[in-house]
Structures are given as structure tokens and as C-alpha cells.
Ligand binder design. Structure first.
Ligand SMILES: Cc1ncc(COP(=O)(O)O)c(C=O)c1O
Length: 377
């Protein structure tokens, strides 16, 4: 296969993939009902349970054709009983997405809102749980990709344990990138996708479920025909197949990405991402950039950069100059601050980050922005 030109994606997924993952897309045509494909699916599902730290007897992986939002949608619409309720920790765009999904399905929910980039106030969470004993679930985003904030998962899981509520964790942009275990008490559902820290292709999402919790959800009347977690699980249990047409080639690419994740090892992937992030932070600092979050809340996966106060600075022109040089940067999502985002996940190494920093400096100077960049105060 001719080598595909390599692009450095600093958007938070779909991330840069290896040539071997790209090549894995080229497979002989196969009917997804064939045993050969069913075996690939089963392997991928059990590998994902293992990667998330689940146990084969007590956990299962429900694969869905779709992007990360499909997993968020499926889990919320499928597991919240009408007589229960879900508290949603909302401190970023993806917490807000959980809220939007809950509203769309008219679920009983509480929007526990905090400013973007701030950790949730655990006392407020405790207060809601005290006041509403019917609450059955708690939903949170592990890594808020809208800012780069890592939410305090262990602390929230401990509280969920204390109140005996079931925990739903969106680990879409963290699974495979930072240490994370679904066996953390109370995590009943952990969501992720193929195209971020696992370095596969976009098109597959999944939920790692504690079997017992999932089986209990069978009594909840279905709110969605296509994205029903229990129905999808039932099909896997019955014949190992996906209920509807899977993105066949994306499954093969994910199987290859999982092999590469195993070869590298979870600790080394984490270390590589960390090294990328440290290189990025040091380079940004040298160029005078300020970042949004204090270090204790900041993930080593994505950084929100504050835009400088220079009349020559313009995000679109910066983006375009970098894009021409093979680097993709990503706009900010915040309303309160002018920002842009840089992710350091995917098949990237420190030299890529250094090359990016050199290109960043070059484009800033080309635009006439003063380097080191300046801020108002
Ligand atoms: C934490 C998190 N949750 C959910 C999503 C939504 O995923 P998608 O855009 O693939 O639907 C994303 C996407 O970046 C994300 O980072």
C-alpha cells in the first residue's frame, strides 16, 4: 500500500493513526454474519473489557456503530429507570451533552452545573443525593475534552459507593491514555471510542458494563429502538453479532490498534503521552503562552491555551498556516475565554511536538505576532 502522507493531528480525536492501523482497513470483503468476523468482534470486545480493567465474568463490552455521543445516548436512554433519576456533573461541553441527552429523552435528571474548568463541589453533590433519595445514577465525564480538565474520579466513585448509586463514566477521551480501571467500585458503565487514545479509526463506540447492572436494565421500557444497550447486549450474547450492520473495516482497524496498544503497553502509552504533553507545555511557555488550567486539574492529554492579546493574532490564520505545514490545531469551546486547544494523543512522539512548536513560532512570526506572545495583564 502506498504510504499515506503523515499528518500531525493536535485536535482531540480522531487522532493521528499509525500506517499499520490504516493498512488494517484493507481487508477482503466479508459478511459480518460470518463466524470469522464474529470471532474478531468477540476478541475486540473481550480485549476492551481487559483494557478497561474489567473482569470477563462480571463485565461485558457493548459495541455500538457510531461516534462517542452514540455511547452517551445509549447508556442514558437505556439504564435510568423512570422511578429513579440521574445526577449529571456538568463542568464542560460533554457534561452539558449528557444534560442535553437527558432532556431529549425527558429523563428524571439533575443538572449539577459548575463553571467550565472547575472541579465539582462534592458537598453540593452530597446535598443533592441527600435531598433526592430516589436518585439511582450519577453521570460524569472523566476527561473534559472541552478544557483538558481531569475530574476527580476516585472521589466521586467513593461518594457513589457511599450513597449506593450507579456510576456512569464518560472515558471517551481518557481510556488508554491515562490509568483508569472500571473496577473502581460503583462504576457500572464506562464509555469510550475507537479514535482517541486507543488510536483506531472513527466509527465505533462502546460501553463497558457491569453485567449485573446491565441485566437489571432489561426491565426499563426501551426509549430508543436503535441505541438500546440491553438489546444490543442480548444480540451479542445470543450470537456474538452486532444487532445491525457494523462498520466492518473500522473493527479490523480497532483490532490492530488494540494489538499496538498491547505491544506498547498501557504504562508506556501513558508515559509517551506525558512526555508529549511536557514537551508541549515547556514549548508553549517558551513562546509566552498561558494555559487555562492549574496543573493539578490539567490532564496530560489536552491543553487549553489562552489566546494572546496581539492585534496581529488571528486563530483562523494561525490554523491555516499550521495546516499547510501538516499540523492541525483545534478551536476552543469556551464562551468565557478566547482559547484554542492542543491535544497530544494519537501516534505522536516528542519530535512531532517539537516540530509543531517550531512551526507554531514560524507561523506566529509570519502573522506579525510578537513572540514571546503578550497578554493584557
Ligand atoms: C469526553 C467526550 N465525550 C463525548 C464526546 C463525543 O464524541 P463524538 O464527537 O465522537 O460523538 C467527545 C468527543 O470529543 C469527548 O471528548
Amino acid at each position: 500500500m502506498p504510504r499515506v502522507p503523515r499528518k500531525i493531528l493536535l485536535n482531540p480525536g480522531p487522532a493521528t493513526t499509525t500506517d499499520t492501523v490504516k493498512e488494517a482497513l484493507l481487508v477482503p470483503d466479508i459478511c459480518p454474519r460470518e463466524k470469522e468476523f464474529v470471532q474478531v468482534l468477540q476478541q475486540v470486545r473481550s480485549d476492551l473489557v481487559q483494557i478497561a480493567g474489567g473482569r470477563p465474568d462480571s463485565h461485558t463490552c457493548v459495541l455500538l456503530a457510531g461516534s462517542g455521543t452514540a455511547a452517551m445516548d445509549a447508556v442514558l436512554n437505556s439504564v435510568i429507570p423512570p422511578e429513579g433519576g440521574v445526577v449529571i456533573i456538568n463542568n464542560g461541553a460533554y457534561g452539558q451533552r449528557f444534560v442535553d441527552i437527558a432532556r431529549c429523552y425527558q429523563l428524571p435528571f439533575y443538572d449539577l452545573h459548575f463553571p467550565w474548568g472547575e472541579w465539582p463541589d462534592i458537598n453540593r453533590l452530597r446535598q443533592i443525593l441527600d435531598e433526592h433519595p430516589q436518585i439511582s445514577h450519577l453521570a460524569m465525564v472523566h476527561h473534559e475534552t472541552s478544557t483538558g480538565l481531569l475530574n476527580p474520579l476516585s472521589e466521586i466513585a467513593a461518594l457513589a459507593g457511599e450513597y449506593q448509586v450507579s456510576l456512569i463514566v464518560d472515558a471517551i477521551s481518557s481510556l488508554g491514555g491515562v490509568p483508569l480501571q472500571v473496577r473502581e467500585p460503583q462504576i457500572d458503565y464506562l464509555l469510550s471510542t475507537s479514535n482517541k487514545c486507543l488510536q483506531g479509526m472513527a466509527g465505533l463506540a462502546w460501553v463497558i458494563c457491569r453485567r449485573e447492572a446491565l441485566e437489571q436494565s432489561s426491565r426499563i421500557p426501551a426509549r430508543s429502538f436503535y441505541l438500546n444497550l440491553y438489546q444490543q447486549y442480548r444480540h451479542f450474547e445470543a450470537n456474538g453479532q452486532m444487532q445491525f450492520t457494523p462498520p466492518v473495516q473500522v473493527v479490523y482497524a480497532l483490532a490492530q490498534a488494540i494489538r499496538e496498544f498491547r505491544q506498547e503497553g498501557p504504562e508506556e502509552r501513558y508515559r509517551r503521552y506525558r512526555r508529549n504533553w511536557e514537551t508541549l507545555m515547556a514549548g508553549l511557555q517558551e513562546l509566552g503562552f498561558r494555559t487555562l488550567l492549574p496543573l493539578e486539574r490539567q490532564s496530560p492529554l489536552l491543553t487549553t491555551v489562552l489566546e494572546p492579546a496581539d492585534p496581529q493574532y488571528n486563530f483562523d490564520r494561525l490554523h491555516d498556516g499550521l495546516y499547510e505545514r501538516g499540523f492541525t490545531i483545534y478551536p476552543g469551546k469556551m464562551q468565557a475565554n478566547a482559547t484554542f486547544r492542543l491535544a497530544n494523543i494519537g501516534a505522536l512522539v516528542e519530535e512531532d511536538i517539537r516540530a509543531f512548536l517550531a512551526a507554531l513560532k514560524e507561523v506566529l512570526m509570519e502573522l506579525g505576532v510578537t513572540v514571546p506572545v503578550r497578554y493584557q495583564s
